[in-house]
Design a protein around this ligand. Structure first.
Ligand SMILES: *[C@@H]1O[C@H](CO)[C@@H](O)[C@H](O)[C@H]1NC(C)=O
Ligand SMILES: *[C@@H]1O[C@H](CO)[C@@H](O)[C@H](O)[C@H]1NC(C)=O
Ligand SMILES: *[C@@H]1O[C@H](CO)[C@@H](O)[C@H](O)[C@H]1NC(C)=O
Length: 562
């Protein structure tokens, strides 16, 4: 096993103040660079284990156990690794490597862990420190270079455990998933160590470049996906955050281009999305491949073209606002916000959701006249321009109302449905005020990613689907005690044809990501359109090669029919 003395700490920070972090030392870097990768293993679901080394009280430990169990279940369901050995064990010099995080007793060295990755979780309780949590990969596997031991620090000062609402719990979970993804290898110092899992070779031009102090990812899947997402074939490197200082800059997606992606660099009031930017980067590490998954979609910048990518708020895109302090619906429609910039947004302004006006949070305080203006907060609610009131109130300029994307697009106010499928301004009989139907409702509905009651503190929500921990199941993990196997939201006797049991989490899963037919969860035989089959998995064709295929087809058909 490789033995770097210490890696950098990757933090999700609350506000502007960022803690110092260390970089991978030169010795560790060289060791990683010199070792060759063994690509002989088959892909199996990752088993992640959390060891609590904190002396915190029982309630705190139970809370941590709950969030990390959910994270572990979610990642085991989706991520596959090449397993070098069934058990992993720390080496004699581990106490020195973990010294900065906690005092490791020598007893811990004799433990054999039934896991592929173990995180030691410690806590702090410091409201003067803006760090919510940090995570670092510490020890790496000799054969695959993959992290196998890591450290997590959690600041309890920002986890009001006894009063957490479902939305509050979901925000804590997003922090936990964010940190663990750093622990999986999403760190600047490893980008140049990433390798092609099909060959074991590092990428010919490396994993990143640095241009004008901006770190840009140049690994193939991330590049291909960025070109597709932004609809810009000219993208030659995907920018990471350059603000926020050490520990934030370089190791997170740039806020101005990625807004609420879960791997952006600080916390925000919003529904974080876990998108293919992060999943493709995880696959580009060489350490991971993806089983069946449906990522969240980033609305921000979707299909906006090279101009968005190049000039961001200097051009007139609806993602940004210009009138500082003005009020409006957030681009994702999930809350009412104030136009302002944040510490990572390169001075670009957007509608930052007011914590009291987060439409998705059933416990939002809302306005003082919620009842008179029929505000409705919860996972099924969205921000709409305009509002209604009974005779006793004044309509709000922006409101949270219930919506449905089921067939038609409807907004529901005070029990009455308004068909908003064809846009326009709408009034309701007997009420004063009006609403303007959202223009881009199709994009909004296609990207809808909320889960019932945010999975009731029992699961992690991605693209509207809860992955539940323990034996929970159901669309919001509300059902208990599945003693058989789980498939989607159901508890079933056994996995049906076309599904394969992931024994680590007791879920039936289908073919790998973007695969059309397969013989197992790790063996695709045919990919969906636009994806290329490589070693049993599907990779996005880079848009330029995809469009040149199309050109060839078009040329051929012209020749054939002329
Ligand atoms: C953290 O510190 C605060 C204030 O000192 C205290 O009230 C709270 O109980 C502590 N939380 C934990 C989990 O120890
Ligand atoms: C936070 O800082 C204040 C002022 O410096 C100090 O009085 C307080 O004890 C600190 N709190 C913690 C938890 O360290
Ligand atoms: C699930 O199992 C637990 C423990 O055996 C039990 O207390 C609980 O009532 C069960 N719940 C349901 C819905 O069967």
């Amino acid at each position: 096993m490789n033995k770097p003395t210490l890696l950098l700490l990757l933090c999700l920070s609350l506000t502007a103040a960022f803690p110092k972090s260390r970089r991978l030392n030169e010795h560790a870097k060289r060791k990683l660079e010199e070792s060759t990768v063994d690509i002989s293993g088959t892909w199996k679901p990752i088993r992640i284990k959390f060891e609590y080394v904190t002396d915190a009280d029982l309630q705190t430990k139970e809370f941590l156990n709950q969030i990390f169990s959910i994270c572990g279940t979610f990642l085991s369901k989706h991520l596959l690794i090449r397993r070098s050995s069934d058990k992993i064990q720390l080496t004699q010099d581990a106490p020195a490597q973990f010294k900065e995080f906690f005092e490791m007793s020598t007893d811990m060295l004799s433990v054999q862990h039934d896991a592929d990755l173990v995180f030691f979780v410690n806590t702090m309780n410091d409201s003067n420190d803006s760090t919510l949590a940090f995570c670092a990969p510490v020890i790496f596997d000799d054969k695959t270079k993959r992290p196998i031991f890591g450290a997590i620090g959690w600041n309890m000062a920002y986890s009001q455990v006894s009063t957490l609402t479902n939305a509050g719990f979901e925000a804590q979970l997003a922090t936990a998933v964010h940190e663990i993804i750093h622990g999986l290898g999403f760190v600047e110092d490893l980008f140049n160590q990433f390798y092609d899992s099909a060959t074991g070779e590092v990428y010919p031009d490396g994993g990143m470049i640095e241009e004008d102090d901006v770190v840009k990812i140049i690994t193939p899947r991330v590049l291909a996906f960025a070109r597709k997402h932004f609809a810009c074939d000219d993208i030659s490197g995907v920018p990471m955050e350059q603000e926020g200082g050490d520990g934030t800059a370089g190791s997170h997606w740039e806020r101005t281009l990625f807004y609420n992606e879960m791997m952006t660099g600080n916390d925000m009031v919003s529904d974080f999305v876990l998108t293919d930017f992060t999943f493709q980067l995880l696959q580009d590490t060489g350490y991971y491949r993806l089983a069946d998954y449906k990522p969240d979609i980033l609305t921000w910048g979707e299909g906006e073209g090279c101009n968005f990518y190049d000039s961001m708020c200097e051009s007139d895109f609806s993602e940004f606002c210009s009138d500082e302090g003005s009020v409006g619906c957030a681009i994702t429609h999930n809350g009412i916000g104030v136009c302002s910039s944040d510490d990572l947004s390169n001075s670009c302004k957007y509608y930052q959701i007011d914590p009291n006006l987060d439409c998705r949070n059933a416990n939002s305080a809302g306005y003082s006249d919620n009842a008179a203006t029929f505000q409705d907060f919860g996972y099924h609610s969205m921000c709409v321009i305009g509002g209604f009131s009974a005779s006793s109130g004044t309509p709000q300029k922006f409101s949270c109302y219930k919506y449905s994307c089921d067939g038609t697009f409807t907004i529901t106010v005070n029990g009455k449905s308004i068909d908003c499928s064809n846009g326009g301004e709408k009034t309701l009989e007997g009420l004063s005020g009006s609403i303007t139907c959202p223009e881009n409702y199709k994009q909004f509905c296609e990207n809808a990613d909320e889960c019932p009651n945010q999975c009731n503190k029992r699961g992690f929500c991605m693209k509207g689907q809860c992955t539940c921990y323990g034996n929970y199941y159901g669309s919001g993990c509300e059902q208990e005690n599945c003693t058989k196997v789980r498939k989607g939201t159901e508890c079933v006797d056994s996995c049906p044809t076309g599904y394969y049991l992931n024994e680590v989490v007791n879920y039936c899963i289908g073919c790998p990501g973007y695969c059309a037919s397969c013989s197992s969860y790790n063996a695709c035989t045919q990919c969906q359109d636009g994806y290329e089959l490589r070693e049993g998995f599907c990779d996005l064709l880079s848009s330029s090669s995809y469009s040149s295929h199309l050109e060839i087809l078009i040329l051929l058909s012209i020749v054939l029919f002329s």
